[in-house]
Write a protein that binds this ligand. Sequence first.
Ligand code: ADP
Ligand code: MG
Length: 238
Amino acid sequence: MSALEIRQVRKDFGATRVLKDVSLSIDSGEFLILVGPSGCGKSTLMNSIAGLEPVTSGQILIGEEDVTWCTPAERDIAMVFQSYALYPSMTVRQNIAFGLEMRKVPKAEREEAVDRVADLLQITPLLDRKPSQLSGGQRQRVAMGRALAREPKIYLFDEPLSNLDAKLRVEMRTEIKKLHLRLGTTIVYVTHDQIEAMTLADRIAVMRDGHIRQLGTPDEVYNDPADMFVAGFMGSPS
Ligand code: ADP
Ligand code: MG
């Protein structure tokens, strides 16, 4: 069964059609990477999946449930975005627990979740600090911890590492890979980093101008690109 299904989704901003009949079926436990040039509609698609932007037409299903018209809170999804805004006045612990509190998860359960993700992301020593006392990489871990505390059906990551320096990016990439192997969750992950795409993905969706041009394993997309655009974008050997 697919964990997430996008059926002929269109999204217009005014007169501009930004998503043009996007259809995509993502398997349970799959790590799907979405790549494509800047402005092709990746974030718009992610925001539509999350329910932050209403679609113009089409359907979005999580499992069997049609969530097209559900609010973000009603969708069993957690997100990590490029600008990982943490609440500056709250401690790391409070930041991670905040989403659970909003969902009225009991205190004991919240504390258990915080301990679990802190352990997983190795941020236990940071739990009582404020965001201003953290490095960029540590803040990114906290943002990830906040998403992971929830154990939703689906994670959406929109260029989560693009603000980090190269060394940290490689570290975090390895950690995300480990997390996926360990938790077996369904992930949709946007990146413009080809190496990130090739190393993390079960399948890669290459997007251009509001369409998905090719969907395949890293090997298929790289070695058997559907067209010149995909070949150029993935840096395929000619
Ligand atoms: P990507 O994430 O692939 O770089 P986006 O999904 O952010 O691309 O943007 C796709 C296109 O939609 C761009 O041309 C962008 O200017 C436009 N767009 C995105 N959000 C809005 C918005 N809220 N209002 C109008 N146009 C938007
Ligand atoms: Mg974007």
